[in-house]
Each structure stands twice: as structure tokens, then as C-alpha cells.
Design a protein around this ligand. Structure first.
Ligand SMILES: Cc1cc2nc3c(=O)[nH]c(=O)nc-3n(C[C@H](O)[C@H](O)[C@H](O)COP(=O)(O)OP(=O)(O)OC[C@H]3O[C@@H](n4cnc5c(N)ncnc54)[C@H](O)[C@@H]3O)c2cc1C
Length: 379
């Protein structure tokens, strides 16, 4: 029997979930190659742990060498070319031919796209950026900190609000909050548009803590000499510390593959199939229309995995991708809320909200530990 050659590009939320599901269900029928340039994975939200000095960088990393799953081989290689027509992938070490190719390469950042950001500010969306900020934030004693979004789309829409709230906690714990101001510049009218309840709770939390919420704006540029952030209506905000959400884009290798339209890979919203036969794309690298967040990458990967399992075993095919998922939102003070959103099941996105509690902090911890166990066999 010829085994199905599945090549998964990117071992993030999407690639890891797809790999775990296929290995569990049809290990004997597949030769799955999972490729990532890094040696380890970390959750996006671990950047907060690192940036606010709650955990070390080492403690949040999960090494890919722990992936020991039947039917799966992990390769730490840099993907240098993708030929979707022929399902052929080139890396710095070799080439891979696939019967089924899944692109799960995520979104990268382009801080240079915002004038002044690299000279006059910081970003906390990359791991290196979060590490740099850890050393800076721990020395802040006074001044105006701005958390600012520079462009859309951006990953994990609640993350800027979480950053502002966690910064408040951090400065309070260090006894310097009263000498500091915090502002949050967001492109939406409310913090989480599909969920008015969670937005109300966040706005109340900002008001209680004296965090200024500046809606419906992007930060277009920083002027490092004058220490001002320039917004999209040309208004200016003086700052001492700028924590930016940089412009997002697909990795260069994806852009060069010809798979993108208007910057992202278009997919069939129900199946995650691209326009190339046998080629799927899941997660942040796509323009599927659900938010760029791990839970949605995971949900999309489950649809593709269920489809492949059905093709091999004749089991039930998947329901269409619903764009539904739960996002945990850190409110600070050891409290976490949960937003349950559903983008595609109804005519418009819907969202419900479970208010911040210590119990949900535990649920978020379980979200992480269950994936550590499932994807890496780590307890
Ligand atoms: C501060 C912050 C907080 C967040 N909080 C949450 C949260 O609470 N909940 C949530 O669901 N999401 C959260 N996210 C978002 C989440 O991290 C991402 O949306 C998620 O990781 C996307 O998954 P993905 O599989 O699409 O891509 P990724 O997880 O980004 O994986 C892509 C992989 O592709 C690899 N890759 C890229 N190019 C190449 C190449 N050329 N060669 C080889 N490998 C390559 C990368 O190394 C990477 O491992 C947060 C993000 C940030 C920044």
C-alpha cells in the first residue's frame, strides 16, 4: 500500500494540531513530514510572561525534538521555495514531494513599515521583541507608555488590551504606576468588536485603572527625536515608551510562491482548500476571515485533518469550518476572562463573554498544558 505523503509547512498552532490528529487516526497510512525553521514552539501569550518577567524564555519553550509520533518526522529546516502546482517544497537541506501539502506558516512582522518604530519604539509581538521589552519595562519609573496598533490585520485582537492591563499591574507592583500614564491606540471603536460584553468589561477595567482608550485610530509613525507618535489623522501623542503591534505580512517564501492575493493565501472558507489541487492553507497565513489567533488556526487544521482522515478511512467528512473559538483575555490581578466567538455559523459574527475570574485563569492554564501534552508529550 502506498502511503499518503503529507507535508506540513510550519509547526505552529495549525501544523501541530494537524500533525497530532493525523498521527492519532491514520499513522499507518501516512508519511507525514513536519517542517519548521525553529527548534521549539511557544504560545503567543507566553510573550506576556516573558515581557513582564513572570517566566523565563527557556521555561516557555517546547522543543520539537519531543515530537515522537507514529507516521511523523519533524525536520528543522528553512523552507526556501514552495511550488504549489507540483506540491514540491525546497528547504535549505533538500526537497519534498507531497501528495497533500498544508501551508501553516503563520504571519511575520514588518516593523520597518512604520517609520520610526525600530529606532524610537519597541514591539512585543515577536519573541525577541518581548525579551527586549522585559529589560526596558523593568526599569521604567515614570512617563507615558503607549500601546499602539500600527496596521490591520493583526494577531489576537485582545492582545493590545491585555498588554495595557498587564503593564498597569507591573507598574503598580513596582510602586511607580502613579508616575506613569498608559494609553491604548486601537483601530476599532471598541476593544473586541464581535463581543460587546467583553468590550464593555475591558472599557470598565481601563476606566478603573486610569488607562486611556483611543479608539478608531492606528499609529502611522513615530518621531523618535520629538518622542511623539503620529496617528492616522496626523494628530500627535507624546510618549516615553512605545509598545507597538507591528504590521503583519506572510513569510517571504509564501509571497514568492504566487499563492497570495492581496497579501494572504485565499482559501475555500468551508474546507481550507487553496486553488491548487491537494494544497490546503490554515491559520494566520490565510485570508479566511476569522481572526489571526491560535485557536482559529487549530480549528481550521481540525477541518483539514478530518477531511484527510475521511478520505483514507471512509469516515464522516468534516462539517464546514465555523470560525468558532474561545480566546482567554488577561485582565490583570490574576483574573482571566473568556470570549467565545463564532464567525461563520450565522449571518454575522457573534460573541459571548465569561467575566474575569480566578477559575478562568485555571482554564487558560489547562488550555496550555493540554496542548503541551497532546502535541509534545510533555507534562
Ligand atoms: C502577544 C500575543 C498574544 C497572543 N495570545 C493568543 C491567545 O491567547 N490565544 C490565541 O489563540 N492566540 C494568541 N496569539 C496568536 C497566536 O500566537 C497565533 O495566531 C498563532 O500562533 C497562529 O498559528 P499558525 O499555525 O497560523 O502560525 P504560527 O503559530 O505562527 O506558526 C508558523 C510557523 O511557521 C514557521 N515558519 C515560518 N516561515 C518559515 C520558513 N521559511 N521555514 C520554516 N519554518 C517557517 C515559524 O517558525 C512558525 O513556527 C497571540 C499572539 C501574540 C503575538
Amino acid at each position: 500500500m502506498n502511503k499518503l505523503r503529507v507535508v506540513v509547512l510550519g509547526a505552529g498552532f495549525g501544523g501541530l494540531e494537524l500533525t497530532a490528529m493525523l498521527s492519532e487516526a491514520i499513522a499507518d497510512h501516512i508519511e507525514l513530514t513536519l517542517i519548521d525553521r525553529n527548534d521549539s514552539f511557544f504560545f503567543g501569550y507566553s510573550k506576556f510572561d516573558v515581557m513582564f518577567g513572570r517566566k523565563t524564555s527557556e521555561s516557555v519553550r517546547m522543543a520539537y525534538r519531543n515530537i515522537v509520533k507514529p507516521g511523523v518526522s519533524f525536520r528543522q529546516e528553512i523552507i526556501t521555495a514552495i511550488d504549489p502546482q507540483n506540491r514540491l517544497v525546497t528547504t535549505d537541506r533538500g526537497t519534498y514531494e507531497a501528495d497533500v501539502l498544508v501551508v501553516a506558516l503563520g504571519a511575520e512582522y514588518d516593523p520597518q513599515a512604520t517609520p520610526g518604530l525600530t529606532d524610537g519604539g519597541y514591539e512585543f509581538y515577536s519573541f525577541a521583541g518581548a525579551e527586549r521589552l522585559r529589560d526596558v519595562i523593568s526599569t521604567v519609573t515614570k512617563g507615558h507608555a503607549i500601546v499602539g496598533v500600527t496596521s490591520t490585520p493583526f494577531k489576537c485582537p485582545p492582545a493590545p488590551s491585555e498588554a495595557a492591563l498587564l503593564l498597569h499591574d507591573h507598574l503598580t507592583q513596582r510602586g511607580v504606576r502613579e508616575a506613569c500614564e498608559i494609553s491604548l491606540v486601537m483601530p476599532f471603536g471598541i476593544p473586541i468588536p464581535p463581543s460587546p460584553d467583553s468590550s464593555r468589561a475591558l472599557l470598565a477595567a481601563f476606566a478603573e485603572r486610569g488607562i486611556r482608550f483611543i479608539p478608531n485610530h492606528l499609529v502611522r509613525a513615530l518621531d523618535p527625536q520629538r518622542r511623539v507618535a503620529i496617528l492616522d489623522d496626523a494628530s500627535e501623542l507624546p510618549y516615553d515608551l512605545f509598545l507597538g503591534i507591528p504590521k503583519h505580512r506572510v513569510p517571504d517564501v509564501v509571497a514568492a510562491s504566487g499563492m497570495t492575493v492581496e497579501g494572504w493565501i485565499p482559501v475555500d472558507r468551508k474546507t481550507l482548500a487553496t486553488r491548487y489541487p491537494g494544497v490546503y492553507a490554515v491559520g494566520d497565513v490565510t485570508s479566511v476571515g476569522s481572526p489571526k489567533a491560535g485557536v482559529f488556526a487549530e480549528g481550521a487544521a481540525r477541518v483539514v485533518a478530518t477531511d484527510l482522515i475521511a478520505q483514507v478511512t471512509g469516515s464522516e467528512p468534516p462539517l464546514p469550518y465555523s470560525g468558532a473559538g474561545s480566546c482567554y483575555v488577561e485582565f490583570g490581578a490574576q483574573r482571566v476572562g473568556r470570549v467565545d466567538v463564532d464567525f461563520f455559523s450565522g449571518p454575522a459574527p457573534t460573541g459571548s463573554f465569561a467575566g474575569p475570574s480566578a477559575a478562568l485563569m485555571g482554564e487558560k492554564a489547562y488550555f496550555g498544558s493540554s496542548r503541551r501534552a497532546r502535541w509534545f508529550g510533555l507534562v
